[in-house]
Ligand binder design. Structure first.
Ligand code: PBG
Ligand code: ZN
Length: 344
């Protein structure tokens, strides 16, 4: 407050004219605080087991479910050529069951995709893989469902994290660079870190979905991955959107358990949380996930001609970086790298 009082003496018209620093593009660029770089973006990719051709995703115009063949290779090759350095994989398996067993099958869709991409692109690409069970369970919950009497159920924490650990080890054996647990079970990072260490993969990076909120903005993703819960919802494990400070508890726990990168998700709706986490843990790389619903919302307005495509996308990503995110997972990754040179 003292410094604000002082500054109010300093900054007065006509001595100060903020417009001087906005007068042309070179000046604006010189004093710009926030940058976007291709290295900051992670592109989400859906891989589906039982198809041969890419399948357009209705809820995510411009996005596809990819088959595990030369089609995905061409796509990733284009990404790399455009400057994208990393992808995060989501699997859509042929077989789903109560326990999500396809998730930790060493010949599962993600395990095979990791090997395929690593064989083809080696160190030109960072391969990340989401670790969760909701795409693999027939009920669509992120863990093992225990039925209680009178029709109630719980998603059982401690048996679920064992399966996440098992999944993460099979990803590591396939050559993954980064595992990203997204199920919001307590102790999931610890279980994965211990299992990776025991299996000899102490260099695998863990990017923890630390502050992942129960959000309606995951809707288009769940349609894409056929992973919506068949009963109930995810509010007993994902965070309550009414809570900001609780994010710090989740972040502290994940750092203690061995996370290298923490995440806030969704992004545009939780810019305050991004700022809070970055201010409290400036030394920990922070990711933000601009989720499917955020993409769909922007895309719909763009397709209707209500928003300018380049300007709206760039502004949304700048906002996420300005709030404090170091890296951004976004379905716009591929498009946006083409615009970066045009920022003025
Ligand atoms: C899996 C997972 C989800 C997302 C990322 N990992 C779906 C969910 O939690 O229901 C959402 C990503 C998006 O909406 O783009 N747990
Ligand atoms: Zn899940």
């Amino acid at each position: 407050t003292e410094s604000i009082r002082l500054r109010s003496y300093l900054f007065n018209y006509p001595v100060n004219r903020p417009r001087r620093l906005r007068s042309n593009v070179l000046i604006r660029n010189m004093v710009a605080e926030t940058m976007l770089r291709p290295d900051d973006f992670v592109m989400p990719i859906f891989v589906r087991e039982d198809i041969n051709e890419p399948e357009p995703i209705k809820s995510l115009p411009g996005q596809y479910r990819w088959p595990l063949n030369d089609k995905i290779l061409n796509f990733v090759d284009q990404l790399i050529n455009s400057g994208i350095k990393s992808v995060i994989l989501f699997g859509i398996p042929e077989h789903k069951d109560e326990w999500g067993s396809s998730a930790y099958d060493e010949h599962g869709i993600i395990q095979r995709t990791i090997r395929f991409l690593k064989d083809s692109f080696e160190d030109k690409l960072i391969v990340m893989a989401d670790v969760c069970l909701c795409e693999y369970t027939d009920h669509g919950h992120c863990g093992i469902v225990k039925r209680l009497s009178d029709g109630k159920y719980v998603v059982d924490n401690d048996s679920t994290i064992e399966l996440y650990a098992k999944t993460a080890v099979t990803y590591a054996e396939s050559g993954v660079d980064v595992v990203a647990p997204s199920g919001m079970m307590d102790g999931q990072v610890k279980a994965i870190r211990e299992a990776l260490d025991r299996a000899g993969f102490s260099d695998v990076i863990i990017m923890a979905y630390s502050a992942k909120y129960a959000s309606s903005f995951y809707g288009p993703f769940r349609e894409a991955a056929a992973s919506a819960p068949k009963f109930g919802d995810r509010r007993s494990y994902q965070m309550d959107p009414r809570n900001a400070h609780e994010a710090l508890k989740e972040v502290v726990m994940d750092i203690n358990e061995g996370a290298d990168i923490v995440m806030v998700k969704p992004a545009m709706l939780f810019l305050d949380v991004i700022r809070l986490v970055k201010q409290n843990f400036p030394e920990i790389p922070l990711a933000a996930y601009q989720v499917s619903g955020e993409y769909a919302m922007l895309k719909a307005a763009i397709m209707n001609g209500w928003l300018d495509e380049k300007k709206a996308i760039l502004e949304s990503l700048i906002a996420i970086r300005r709030a404090g995110a170091d890296l951004i997972i976004t379905y716009f990754a591929k498009d946006v790298v083409a615009y970066l040179d045009e920022i003025e």
